[in-house]
Design a protein around this ligand. Structure first.
Ligand code: PLP
Length: 392
């Protein structure tokens, strides 16, 4: 069989695999080094009590005659879809249009299949690497338009560059920059998509991290249902990165040029490719969206944001130009004249601190590091101490 030639166009390793390998090589050379990771954006705190109870009670009931369940609906348990629509979207979307999944990343891949081989895609640069890599694997690099989002344009893309794209993948607050679109900016994007009949895929994996009244969903913008699909995730808000649970909203109002509803194809696709999310995760999700679960999630998010705030202060004190860290658990740090990988290696060698090179998120990310605020508090404080010592 011939290889899918698009695989030769993606980097041979996914970004975090490359970081893991560099870490392993370093530890082979310096086996006693005690490394601290401010790198991969993974949660570190235990699942909170009420949410954990949701997971454990369904797990044990599966072991009883009365409580056993097999396959559920591919699109998710209705109670969870309803809870997502009501609690997270304040009934701005119909439960019927919420499709529960095993995580946002998995749905990004499935959406690429929905869009098919002919579609041209525009992405924020820098962005979460899965948008780029899944786009390349499905249809090659030539189909992709990068939209630089830098401090110089206040992280707002030049939409004129996306003129030829059919689909815009957008994330707010963006991983890695932490930049949040305002209501006005989002309204501009929605209008652009409407005027030119494009589809937006809006990733809200960090929506609960948003402070103040910034838009937590693209559906806060009037008319957005006619142009936007929205992805969400329990990974960073409930600590479900290992449990696996997310969702995608495909509104009935969204149509192709030809007039057919996108939702019908999405339903066809997931009932074909997917057999539903784990019942255990889904019951964890239901617990997370109950009042006790919501307040636990808010507390968890505050904890990570507090850690991020400590890192933000530290990097500022050290004289770095820093972005993000307010609405997202990430800092985007400019590296006075160094390349991302050089700065990554230098911090690893001198401070034994792992970071994420900005170039891993796109060409416009070179010259930046992403610093993650996920971590035990003691680890974050230790990292801050080391950074101060390293800069002296
Ligand atoms: N989208 C963004 C922007 C992310 O940063 C991440 C994870 O880091 C994901 C999606 C993946 O989420 P999930 O764990 O639900 O697959």
């Amino acid at each position: 069989m011939r290889r899918n030639t698009h695989f030769s166009q993606v980097a041979s390793r996914y970004l975090f695999q490359e970081i893991r390998e560099r870490k392993r090589d370093f530890l082979q050379q310096y086996p006693h080094a005690e490394l601290i990771s401010l790198s991969i954006g993974d949660t570190t705190e235990p699942i909170t009590p009420h949410i954990c109870q949701g997971l454990t009670s369904i797990s044990s009931s599966l072991g009883s005659e009365a409580g056993y369940m097999g396959y559920g609906p591919e699109q998710g348990i209705l109670e969870l879809r309803q809870a997502i629509a009501t609690t997270l979207y304040h009934d701005r979307v119909d439960a019927d249009d919420v499709f529960v999944s095993d995580g946002a990343k998995c749905d990004i891949g499935r959406l690429q299949t929905l869009f098919g081989p002919e579609t041209s895609v525009a992405l924020q640069d820098p962005a979460y690497p899965a948008y780029l890599d899944t786009s390349i694997i499905h249809r090659g690099r030539d189909s992709i338009i990068l939209l630089p989002c830098t401090p110089e344009n206040h992280f707002f893309p030049d939409l004129a560059l996306a003129e030829k794209a059919d689909v815009l993948f957008l994330c707010s607050p963006n991983n890695p920059t932490g930049a949040l679109f305002s209501h006005e900016q989002l309204a501009t994007i929605v209008q652009f998509a409407k005027d030119r009949k494009k589809i937006i895929v809006f990733d809200t994996a960090y929506s609960l991290y948003i402070q103040g009244d910034g838009p937590r969903s693209i559906y806060e913008i009037a008319g957005a249902k006619e142009v936007a699909i929205e992805i969400g995730s329990f990974s960073k808000i409930a600590g479900f990165s290992g449990v696996r649970l997310g969702w995608t909203v495909v509104p009935k109002e969204l149509h192709y040029h030809s007039g057919e509803p996108v939702r019908a194809d999405w339903m066809r696709l997931i009932t074909t490719f997917y057999n539903g999310s784990s019942i255990i995760s889904q019951h964890g999700g239901i617990a997370a969206l109950q009042p006790a679960g919501m307040s636990e999630m808010r507390e968890l998010v505050s904890f990570y944001l507090e850690s991020t705030g400590l890192l933000l202060e530290a990097f500022k004190q050290l004289g770095y130009e820093v972005y993000g860290g307010i609405h997202a658990p990430y800092l985007w740090v400019r590296l006075q004249g160094k390349s991302s990988w050089d700065a990554f290696d230098e911090l690893l060698r001198t401070a034994h601190v792992l970071t994420t090179p900005g170039i891993g998120f796109g060409e416009s990310g070179d010259g930046f590091l992403r610093i993650s605020g996920f971590g035990k508090r003691a680890t974050i404080l230790e990292a801050i101490g080391r950074l101060h010592r390293y800069r002296q």
